[in-house]
Design a binder for this molecule. Sequence first.
Ligand SMILES: [Fe+2]
Length: 141
Amino acid sequence: MQRRDAIKLAALAALATTCASAYEEKLIVNKKKMEIQDPTKMTELELKHSPEIKVGAVDAQGFALVEVNIGQKGVIHPSIDNHWIYEIELLADGKKVASVSLEPTASRGYLATRINTKTTKMLSATSRCNLHGDYTASITL
Ligand SMILES: [Fe+2]
């Protein structure tokens, strides 16, 4: 192996180590799409897993601050060793526009980005809990 190839290989190995998740994939035991049974009387479990989408002020270029918290009405989802939100995905009119991967205990269910609200009619966010599955909430702009 040439010295140059060895350096490239070492750099790729270092990058792969840096990008790997801290948690084990086997901890994700539920990837089912979950449905809210009665939106007018959400259970604590449903509140805890449902994304809350808030749209803030629009900047000079027409992009509004969009924040997604996992948990509604103050019922916040935990982030502990074996139970956490491992991913949040945000869609604008059905197209993925942002996502975030989260680590247990180190980060909890939250995503923020700026969205062009002049061209967007609906925002949907999906939270993925390693134990309780995928919950989606939407708002119309
Ligand atoms: Fe959960």
